[in-house]
Design a protein around this ligand. Structure first.
Ligand code: CO
Length: 209
């Protein structure tokens, strides 16, 4: 082990602490995972899913990418959603954005960021859907935070429009999709109140019956 020894040391200490509080913790977890939640969040290092909601390993299934985007052509996020819904049978999918998101900020700029601009195009589209409202906000920080919120709401819709989620509802599976936003300045989560629980709550344009 040439480098990063400190991470292995920290890991060993952590595993020991976990076993001190529950000696069978890893043994029990190794037998199965039964999380009730799928978390779709930003990759930002300041927004770690488990820690924010104070959950232990085994309690939350996680997918993170830059700016917490769910695109219907992204096999990665779709595979995560499929596994979480069809196999793990999670009861809740949480799309969690955060204020001050660097990805959202980059999407608001008119400059070249390289490859990532192709990914952030999805956020530019969200901006365009709400252009009048966003252009009217003069304060740049407020504008960014508003787009962070609107992006979460859009991604909640994208999750609901997948055939995976729609099929689950059609078969009577209990499944709610939530939109939350996290404040990196005080560590507090806020519910954006966009909880969607069934087919009749999504746009008819995307409904597959
Ligand atoms: Co972010």
């Amino acid at each position: 082990m040439r480098i990063l020894k400190q991470l292995f040391d920290k890991n060993k200490n952590w595993a020991e602490r976990m076993k001190e509080s529950d000696k069978d913790f890893f043994l029990n977890l190794s037998k199965q995972q039964k999380p009730e939640y799928l978390w779709i969040g930003c990759s930002d290092s300041r927004v770690p899913a488990n820690q924010i909601v104070d959950m232990l390993p085994g309690q939350i299934f996680v997918h993170r990418n830059i700016a917490n985007i769910v695109v219907h052509t992204d096999l990665n996020s779709l595979s995560v959603i499929q596994y979480a819904v069809e196999v793990l049978k999670v009861k809740h999918i949480i799309v969690c954005g955060h204020y001050g998101c660097g990805g959202i900020q980059a999407a608001m700029e008119n400059k070249d960021h390289g490859l990532i601009d192709n990914w952030l195009r999805n956020v530019k589209d969200v901006y365009r859907y709400h252009q009048n409202k966003l252009d009217a906000i003069i304060n740049e920080k407020e504008k960014l935070d508003k787009l962070c919120e609107l992006n979460v709401i859009e991604q909640v819709s994208n999750v609901c429009h997948t055939t995976i989620v729609q099929n689950a509802w059609k078969t009577g599976q209990e499944l709610s999709v939530h939109g939350w936003i996290y404040n990196i300045e005080d560590g507090i989560l806020r519910d954006l109140d966009v909880c969607i629980t069934g087919l009749d709550e999504i746009s008819t344009t995307y409904r597959v019956v």
